[in-house]
Design a protein around this ligand. Structure first.
Ligand code: GUN
Length: 613
């Protein structure tokens, strides 16, 4: 059983997430600190580079008598002079490199506990890329056995249970299922170092995806040995939270510099391509002529700076909700990265489950791969809800404003497919940028409809797209009044039989539901549809307008996506509130910390049941 409650989600873009874990904001990089050979002190790392967590190797400490005694006496934090999060590895990597280690699983886990490691790692079996399936299966079983054993020795220490599986996707899944069922606090993805070294990025992304499919989504995922900043964007896009880097110092020793676009030897650099406060202080020639030790220290600082900066850039992309655009453009830095990115897109059906209904940032086209993103898969699936009709237009935006007469039942050619004219305002149809302009063209004869008729089609079509077929009829039957913005002329509020049912958001063209809208959908759709079911204790709070916490969620419609409008119901399916979910079902059933639904209105505190007219 795990000891703590896992991550607290702060912001997300698909599987990419910003979260809090024991005082650390993820995604983050843990620089490797070798206590025998400190190149940059952990204190300096924190002060100058914003390092929040470090990783060190407990086996190296254990093997050296002085270090071992010091660590046992002072504890790791004092020994390394670091008050942030410290993770320890177990000696698995040494076992892979040197063939064996002189310690058992229970000894090394107990040692990590005794030196006050915050996150300890079991002595897992390192699966190499050329292992046969049988060898991998045995390694997974042995790792699981050691994991169970370690739970007895871990004391208060958080425990990392690595997911092995080598290059076999089904065995990564198997390993993830077994390790999750045992229940660790933290899940590294192991055995990828040789793949990373050979630029076998496609196999690494497949390893991450297949592991993520079965890992508890509320727990941190760490990519063991994924320390090159070139690979950070793809890994974070797939939900990796922690990285460790020995690369910053290993490369420095070889006179190599890290950049977000790749590695360069010091001798190759004539112009420094990025601002680097470290290199800024010197002439390149001066660095080349320095003594080895001094040069290594400078290059290591540069490499650490670049790595931390790249993580910051990625976090900003999550914050802006432009992670797909960022990872996609970064993937163009190396053909092997592009190959890996294309492999990611083959999992659009799975990835779509984590995609929000809309984003703060517009959909930017960066190349033909853009149209294979999970959000495009979503649009194509949902457009199947709309009948095929004959009039097809090709129009510049805003579509209907560019038409003198509005054609009945028209669809418009877009890169997302043929989109009904009424869906002109929704994300990403409207909020997208392509490197071409639509030509104005009309095909076939059509009958025209009035602006009022078009508005009714529009609100019903958006509702059908957003909530499912039939939602438009359910929400908007009766005496419908559409209130438009005085400034923009866009639809804002919809009143039905004097009840405020929904508002249309200017940013993404979708509806925000009011409690009366929720009641209508609750009557129309049965079972779990559109619902988040909560414990009756929680329901008592939610009906007064309080948010829903993930740990009180009993069940949820599996078709709901982050950002969707949801009906909050009690265990007997009575509607208690309406709001917006931050999680999908898989996540809601696992997360123990943080919010699931941001409630807008509870049945006991309707905010605007009757609109002044
Ligand atoms: N460091 C790099 N890869 C691994 C791995 O697979 N397991 C452990 N424990 N440490 C690693």
């Amino acid at each position: 059983m795990s000891l703590d409650e896992g991550l607290e989600l702060k912001h997300r873009d698909g599987l990419a997430r910003i979260a809090k874990f024991h005082g650390v904001e993820t995604p983050t990089l843990m620089p490797v600190v070798n206590p025998n050979l400190v190149v940059i002190s952990p204190r300096e790392m924190r002060a100058n580079y914003g390092v929040q967590a470090i990783i060190t190797n407990s086996y190296i400490i254990w093997k050296n008598r002085n270090l071992r005694e010091k660590a046992l006496e002072e504890g790791l934090h004092r020994m390394l002079d670091f008050d942030g999060l410290i993770m320890t590895d177990s000696g698995t990597f040494q076992s892979y490199v040197y063939g064996d280690v002189e310690i058992t699983n229970s000894q090394i886990v107990s040692f990590q506990r005794d030196i006050n490691s915050d996150i300890g790692t079991i002595l897992d079996i390192f699966v190499e890329p050329d292992f046969t399936e049988d060898m991998v299966i045995n390694a997974i079983k042995e790792t699981a056995q050691r994991g169970k054993e370690a739970l007895e020795y871990r004391g208060e220490m958080l425990l990392a249970g690595p997911v092995q599986g080598g290059i076999y996707p089904h065995l990564r899944e198997e390993a993830a299922k077994i390790m999750t069922s045992i229940g660790f606090d933290y899940y590294p993805i192991g055995g990828v170092v040789p793949l990373m070294e050979d630029y076998r990025y496609r196999e690494v992304v497949e390893s991450i995806i297949h592991a993520k499919m079965y890992l508890d989504p509320s727990r941190p995922v760490h990519l063991f040995g994924g320390g090159h900043p070139m690979f950070f964007p793809l890994a974070v896009l797939l939900g990796v939270d922690f990285f460790d880097s020995a690369s910053y110092v290993k490369y420095a020793r070889d006179d190599r510099l890290l950049f977000p676009h790749g590695t360069r030897h010091l001798s190759e650099i004539k112009y420094v391509p990025y601002y680097s406060p470290v290199l800024e202080k010197y002439d390149l020639r001066e660095i080349r002529e320095m003594e080895k030790k001094e040069r290594t220290a400078i290059l290591a600082r540069h490499n650490l700076y670049v790595s931390m900066r790249e993580m910051s850039r990625i976090k900003q992309a999550i914050h802006e909700e432009s992670m797909w655009e960022y990872a996609e453009s970064r993937a163009r830095e190396h053909p092997r990265l592009l190959e890996a990115y294309r492999a990611v897109l083959k999992y659009s059906r799975y990835l779509e489950k984590f995609e929000s209904i809309s984003r703060k940032s517009a959909f930017f086209y960066t190349g033909p791969e853009s149209l294979k993103r999970p959000i495009v898969h979503r649009v194509k699936m949902r457009l199947r809800r709309f009948p095929r009709r004959s009039v097809v237009l090709s129009l510049p935006r805003p579509w209907s404003a560019n038409l003198e007469k509005i054609p009945a039942g028209a669809r418009v050619h877009t890169p997302f497919g043929l989109v009904p004219l009424e869906l002109e305002d929704i994300y990403p149809v409207q909020q997208s940028e392509f490197p071409w302009n639509e030509e104005k063209m009309m095909v076939g004869e059509y009958e025209s409809i009035t602006r009022e008729e078009f508005d009714i089609h529009k609100i019903k079509s958006v509702a059908d797209y957003q909530f499912g077929k039939g939602a438009g009829e359910a929400l908007f039957n009766g005496d419908v009044r559409i209130i438009k913005s005085k400034n923009t002329g866009k639809i804002r509020n919809i009143i039905v039989d004097r009840e405020h049912v929904a508002s249309m958001r200017a940013e993404d063209g979708f509806f925000t539901l009011r409690i009366h809208g929720a009641m209508r959908l609750h009557r129309k759709f049965k079972g779990r549809r559109l619902r988040v079911m909560v414990t009756d204790d929680s329901a008592e709070f939610n009906r007064t307008g309080k948010n829903v916490f993930a740990k009180f969620v009993l069940d949820m419609d599996p078709a709901l996506r982050p950002g969707d409008e949801v009906l909050v119901v009690d265990s007997r399916n009575n509607l208690v509130a309406v709001g917006r979910t931050l999680l999908n079902r898989f996540e809601a059933l696992h997360f123990q910390r943080g919010m699931c639904v941001k409630v807008r209105e509870g049945v006991d505190n309707p905010k605007s049941s009757l609109v002044e007219m």
